[in-house]
Each structure stands twice: as structure tokens, then as C-alpha cells.
Design a protein around this ligand. Structure first.
Ligand code: SAM
Length: 264
């Protein structure tokens, strides 16, 4: 006789209570303080995104965050392609504390610098600083465009705190004003201790050089800084953008917040 199929446990059979609000709700950064019951008007690109792209209208719910108070549920009270009016319903999450990690990197060509900013935001850095070095091929950094990439990445990866985006700084000036108590993990392809051995809990900064690498004089100046720790990312020469993602991931796993699960 055929075996009876195992009786599915009641729990497994019952549909799970869908999470509220659904994580699929559209999510946008708004550069103004949000309060419960507050009303706000969106125009331009955000309005176009809600009203025209997603065709949302009266009664539809969205998620907003302001990089000040956290993430909020909001309801559209009047929709349109050019202007959308919303009422703030309730706070969903407070502004998160991201690990105190800075990314310092020498700007590289356009597409790849956007990618670096996007990935650094997703990986959870607190501050992003473009560093101008002798072999940096880019002499002007379009901060507005990079900031837009940073915000889009934060909207997508559900950050409630935006990284601080600093103006580009020359390497020598950065070194001369280095803050005490913050180790500078200097990714040096000419050799250093394995990055994992150099990571310790607490504030830190990771420095990644340009495609052409640091000049011997620059490497010497960095190594002269007492806070500097030359680190290796292995035997192969990584492209600068690969080095950024590799170093940030190792740090986040070892001393960052990757052991913490996403809270709702
Ligand atoms: N032009 C350099 C060369 O050919 O020796 C390579 C520079 S690499 C493309 C860009 C930056 O990534 C370096 O300045 C360094 O900060 C980092 N990097 C790449 N590979 C690395 C490694 N194996 N160890 C440490 N840092 C590395």
C-alpha cells in the first residue's frame, strides 16, 4: 500500500502573515525633517517617480527617510506627475548607527567612480572622501552626480542614514590633518600585513590608491603617519574598484555590522 504523504504541519499550510509595511513599498529620500502627521509636497524628479513612473495616487503608501529621524510610512493624499502631496503616517525605523568606517579613494574614470560610491553606500560606510594623489587621472569630481548615486543606492539598500560625502582632498593635506584615534588602513599593493590582521573594532579608515598606484614618495609619506597601517589585499593586483569592495567587505564582516540582521 502506498505510504500516506506526511501531513503538512498546520503552520506550514497556513499562509504567513504578510509583513507590514511590505518591503516592496517604494522608498525615497527627502531632504527635510519628517514628523508624524506632517504634510509634504514633492515636485520634480521624486514627484515624477511616484506619479508618472509608478503611477501612484491618492491612498497609496510609500516609505520615506530623511537622514535625520529615520524611516517613515507616508500616504499619498494628492497625486500627479508634477506634484505629489503626502501625509506622514508613522515612523517605521529610527536612523541607524552605521559603523564608523571612512572610505578614502583616489577618483577613477566616470562609470567606475559611480560604481565605487554605490557599492560603498550599500556596504555601509559612514563617510566617503575622494583623495587627489599624484597619479589620479581625474582632476575634477562631480560631487552632485556622485551624491545622487549615493542617495539612489541608499534608497535601494534600505539605509536610513546617508554616508557623509566629503569634498575631494589632496593626499598631503589629508595626512597633515589626520585625526588621532583613527587607524588608517592603507591598501598598498607593494606589501603590508593581511588586512584581516590589521582590523580592530572602533573607528577606522581605508585608503585605496589610483589605477597607477601611489608614488614611492606618497607611500613613504603615508607610512610616516603613526596611524597608518599598510595592508595587503593578497598577491594579485586588484583594480581600484575591486580593491574598494574587497577591503570594505572584509572590514564590515570583521568589525562592522554584518553580524546584525536587518530590523523592520
Ligand atoms: N598601478 C599599480 C600597480 O600596477 O602596481 C596598481 C594600482 S591598483 C590598480 C589600485 C589600488 O588598489 C592600489 O593603489 C591599492 O590601493 C589597491 N590594491 C590593488 N591591489 C592590491 C593588493 N593586492 N594589496 C593591497 N592593495 C591593493
Amino acid at each position: 500500500m502506498l505510504d500516506e504523504p506526511p501531513r503538512q504541519s498546520l503552520d506550514a499550510a497556513m499562509p504567513a502573515t504578510p509583513a507590514w509595511p511590505p518591503s516592496s513599498l517604494p522608498r525615497l529620500f527627502v531632504d527635510q525633517q519628517l514628523v508624524e502627521g506632517g504634510e509634504l509636497q514633492l515636485e520634480g524628479q521624486p514627484a515624477n517617480y511616484f506619479g508618472a513612473v509608478l503611477r501612484l495616487g491618492e491612498g497609496d503608501k510609500v516609505k520615506l527617510f530623511d537622514d535625520r529621524t529615520g524611516e517613515w510610512l507616508a500616504e499619498i493624499v494628492a497625486g500627479g506627475k508634477r506634484r505629489v502631496a503626502l501625509r506622514v503616517v508613522e515612523r517605521l525605523r529610527p536612523r541607524e548607527d552605521v559603523p564608523d568606517l571612512w572610505l578614502l579613494f583616489a577618483p577613477i574614470k566616470r562609470g567606475r567612480i559611480d560604481w565605487i560610491v554605490e557599492k560603498a553606500t550599500e556596504l555601509g560606510v559612514a563617510r566617503i572622501v575622494p583623495v587627489l594623489t599624484r597619479r589620479t587621472v581625474v582632476d575634477r569630481v562631480n560631487l552632485d552626480r556622485l551624491r545622487a548615486h549615493m542617495i539612489e543606492a541608499a534608497e535601494q539598500c534600505e539605509r536610513t542614514a546617508l554616508p557623509e560625502f566629503a569634498a575631494a582632498e589632496r593626499l598631503d593635506s589629508l595626512l597633515s590633518q589626520w585625526p588621532s584615534g583613527r587607524p588608517l588602513l592603507f591598501a598598498d599593493e607593494s606589501g603590508g600585513e593581511p588586512l584581516l590582521d590589521a582590523i580592530a573594532p572602533g573607528p577606522a579608515a581605508i585608503l585605496i590608491g589610483p589605477e597607477g598606484g601611489f608614488t614611492p614618495e606618497e607611500s613613504q609619506a603615508i607610512r610616516a603617519l603613526s596611524a597608518a597601517r599598510p595592508v595587503s589585499l593578497g598577491p594579485r593586483i586588484l583594480r581600484a574598484d575591486t580593491a574598494v569592495v574587497a577591503a570594505l567587505s572584509l572590514w564590515m564582516a570583521a568589525a562592522g555590522d554584518w553580524s546584525r540582521h536587518r530590523n523592520r
